[in-house]
Design a protein around this ligand. Structure first.
Ligand code: SAM
Length: 241
């Protein structure tokens, strides 16, 4: 796995963060070192998805990146469920294709290059996963996207939504972010790398508070929404239609 050193070099100018070639090349290392309990979140999504997935329907992973989640879910979800991975980055999807091939992924599946800002063609779904992806969709388009997802999910199907979230109060929010940066430092990122990445993500990653996400889900077709994971400013939500 190539090491994420995207923000290490002091002479590099701080670009706006994107999911192109350079990011895709180091993405798996970036996520393992930047997302607390990344593997446990994947495992939990797998066990929840296994209970909601229905034979003959589809499971969608929106913002599937390099296919890590599809591989985790494949171990746990019944084989009669077809998988659809969606991402706007062709470079991420190339890596996903390669990883699925290398790991002998044999379940019926499609990988679609689509921008979720334009809506999403979800149909005949029992499970939809969005792991750290809705936060990159322009807020203007989030209601339409969630409504489209809800429309394509069968009754009692679910959406697993994992997001960075803002805290309720600015004091707690600051503390949670401080603890998160400490986590990144423990995983080998320097203060400079952390600061540069934060700047690059400004206006690209737009987090909501948990309550805002919950309201977004409930007003667009989901009946219930529970937190299944929380670590400071990271939140996993299970919404059921
Ligand atoms: C943080 S990554 C997701 C990580 C991945 N779900 C996982 O579990 O490893 C966000 C992904 O969403 C994709 N993405 C961001 N905005 C998007 C959009 N508007 N439409 C489609 N994909 C988008 C990016 O290309 C990137 O691969």
């Amino acid at each position: 796995m190539s090491k994420d050193e995207l923000f290490k070099n002091p002479q590099d100018f701080i670009a706006v963060f994107d999911f192109g070639q350079e990011t895709a090349a180091v993405f798996d290392d970036m996520l393992e070192r930047s997302v607390p309990f990344y593997a446990e979140i994947q495992r939990m999504m797998g066990e929840i998805a296994a209970d909601f997935a229905v034979a003959g329907t589809r499971l969608y992973d929106l913002g599937c990146s390099t296919g890590t989640t599809l591989l985790w879910l494949d171990r746990m979800v019944a084989p009669e469920v077809a998988f659809v991975g969606v991402d706007a980055s062709p470079e991420m999807l190339d890596r996903a294709r390669q990883k699925l091939r290398e790991r002998g992924f044999s379940r019926p599946h499609e990988l679609l290059c689509l921008n979720l800002d334009d809506g999403v063609p979800v149909a005949n779904a029992s499970v939809v996963v969005m792991n750290l992806t809705l936060q990159f969709v322009r807020p203007l388009y989030r209601d339409r996207l969630i409504a489209g997802i809800a429309q394509g999910i069968h009754e009692n199907g679910c959406l697993l939504l994992v997001e960075k979230v803002l805290g309720q109060s600015s004091t707690l929010n600051r503390l949670f972010i401080k603890y998160y940066y400490e986590f990144k430092k423990r995983n080998g990122y320097s203060e400079m790398e952390i600061a540069r990445k934060r700047e690059a993500l400004e206006n690209v990653l737009i987090p909501y508070r948990f309550e805002e996400n919950r309201e977004l889900l409930l007003r667009n077709g989901f009946k219930t929404c529970e937190e299944f994971f929380r670590w400071y400013n990271f939140c996993g939500m299970l919404a059921v239609k």
